[in-house]
Each structure stands twice: as C-alpha cells, then as structure tokens.
Design a protein around this ligand. Sequence first.
Ligand SMILES: [Zn+2]
Length: 424
Amino acid sequence: MKRLIFILLFLGLNQCFAQIKFEDYFENKTLRMDYIHAGNSDTSYIFFEKFKEEKFWGGSTTNLIDKFNYGHYRLSVYDAKTNTLIFSKGYCSLFQEWQTIDEAKKIDKSFYEVALMPFPKNEITVTIEERDKKNVFHKMFEMNINPTNYFIQKEQKYNFNVVQVLNNGNHNTKVDIVFIPDGYTKDEMEKFKKDVDKFSKALFKYEPFKKYKKNFNIWAVEAPSQESGTDIPGEKVWKNTIVNSNFYTFDSERYLTTSDMETLHDLSSLAPCDQIYILVNTAKYGGGGIYNFYNLTCSDHYASELVFVHELGHGFGALADEYWTSETSYNDYYDLTVEPYQPNITTLVDFSSKWKSDLAKSTPVPTPSTKEYESTIGVFEGGGYLEKGIYRPKQHCYMKELEADAFCLVCQKAIESMIKFFSE
Ligand SMILES: [Zn+2]
C-alpha cells in the first residue's frame, strides 16, 4: 500500500510539473483582455470589456505557469476541452491600492485594466482570482473564448516608430522592457531617446541587472504628446499627454501613475513587452511601480536613475517597500497575522518561506539595527509602511532608501530568479 501511495504521489507531482508545450496550445502572438475593475474597500468586481489580438508575445514560450505566487491577483488560462492549466501570471493593480485608502470606504470607483496571455489555438477558459485578507486566492471572474470568435478585435490603433535600443536576440527568451514616453512633444522625441539611453545605461550599473545585461532587450515607442510635462493636480497643472500620467495619486504628491491602461497597452503592444516603463517628462520628483502592471519614473530629477531601479523592483521583482517613515495614504496594507507574498518582507508568521536560509546561525532574530549588523542579512524591524511587526532583510537597500548603495541580497536574488524565468 505504501508503495502504491508513493507511486500515486509521484504521478501526481509529475503531472503538476509537466511542462506545457507552447506550440500545442498557443500561437506566438498575444490575446489581450480589457476589463473594468470596480468596487470599494470591501468588494471588487470585474466587468468584461473586449478581446484584442496583438502581434507580439513578449513572454517566455517555455515557462508558462507562474511559479512565484506573487501578486494580489492571478490570471489563469485553461484549455477548455481538457481543463488543463496552460498559462498563469500573478499581478497587482492600482485598484487594489485604492481599496486601502479612505475614499474607498465612501464611494465605488472603477479602473480600466488589461490582461495579456499568449494567443490560444483552441477554446480557453480565462479566470481571474483575487486574494482575501488571509492571502488565499478566490475566483472573481471566469469567461470562455474561442480564438475563432470574430469579435476579437484586430485593428492597431497607433503606428508609431519603435526603436530597439538594446538587442540581445529572441524576445521570447529575454526580458523585454518597453519604454513609453509621456509628456514629450514631437519636438522632444530626441530628448526621449536620449532619456531612454540614460536609463538603460543606469539600469545595468546595478546588480543583479548588471550581471544579466545579456538577458534584456530594450524598446522605445516614439509616441508624442500634445503638451510637454504631466498633470500635477495639487498645483492645478494639467497637461494633455498621451498616456495621461499624473502626480498626487491617492493625494501622495510624489506618487506618479496613470489610469489610462487602454492607451498604454495600445502603445506597448507595438513591441514585444514583458515590462512597461513610462518615462514622464518632468524634473519633479516621483515615480510608481506595480507588479506586472507598469512602472513610471520622472525623467529629470537628480535622483531619477535611482527612482527608476527602485520602481522596477516593484514592477518586475514584486518587491515590497522596505520603508515606513515616508507618508502614504494606505490603511492596513499588510495583515500582521499573515505572511505577505512579497519576497523581501516578513511578518515572521512563515519566515522559513522567506530568507531564513540566508541567515548566519549567529544572527539574532529579530536583528538589532546597530552598526555591528550594518552589512548583515538579518531580520530588521520596520518595512512595508509599518514601524512595528514587519521585518526586512537588511538595514539599507534600494527598496528602503535611494541613499542605499545596492539592493540587498534578498532583493537581488528575487530579481535574479525573475530574470531567469523570463529567459528560458
Ligand atoms: Zn531589499
């Protein structure tokens, strides 16, 4: 009997890890699903908008099932006939951050969102799951689509020139970063290209990006705006720009985001894309990065380059902020009785799922924030917008402050394994 159980377990495990062959289920282009995400602090709903066919699939054709389990949401694609999971991806959204601010207790609000999956050969079932307060996923949306459906839109809205700034080969085995300009006029396109060059060079000064430069492609979409700059609502400054970015998101002056996901994806789909990076043409300090959603940085502040890598830590690495001193509008962002999914913070509820194995035996838990432990990987209290109850791996890291001299080892490892996932 024991032997039988062993064989069954083995078979079961084997099935779990059986690799999905891309060409059995997909064509090398993208199926895009647009939807409205709406609700308030307690509820959230998804309302389907449209499907669209896009010409490139930027992601891996080998790693189709998400192994990280990061993100507040999970997109899953099943082969409708056999119910086999053939694609999944975790992500976060601006809506979920909005749910944690006071306004969400008073009104309902809707946000436009976009989900991308490789283009299926046969009928699929698309699901979106959301985590509850205990971090357990629950299905909130399900829909079937047949790729022969003639309502899948095929028109391309924009036809801007796309420049490949860094070419390391096949986009299915590289991390493709697509730069989108916001607030650069036609006359400022040369400045945009110079800025892309500046940030691309900056990226590869920092580990682990430096070590893995060969695993990246960089693209720039030359999409001009009518006006220069961006919206600064708190200063009553409004500019007509192509992806409608703005400061003062959730009343945080430096928080730079956009809600115009439709235009953003109409632009980013012009190149193979794993990460969208919006360069906002301004010298005002600010940025934003949401996991597998988008990244933004100001172009001309003296700290822009560091903002750029910090935000990519969020957008690409699913890393949490390791600070707690700066003001944010979020309420109860983390539940201290639950282990957060982000790899670089812990509530110590399930520390062994985090960087426990990177700790030297002699390092005390929690680790005192003293000079003695300044270069040690430890468990330092403070992080994730909270002074107490959340712990971070190192006293100083780019996810905590831009004055740090590097990403901590835990953040580096998390980014590194993401780079590898996209490079196979
Ligand atoms: Zn870190």
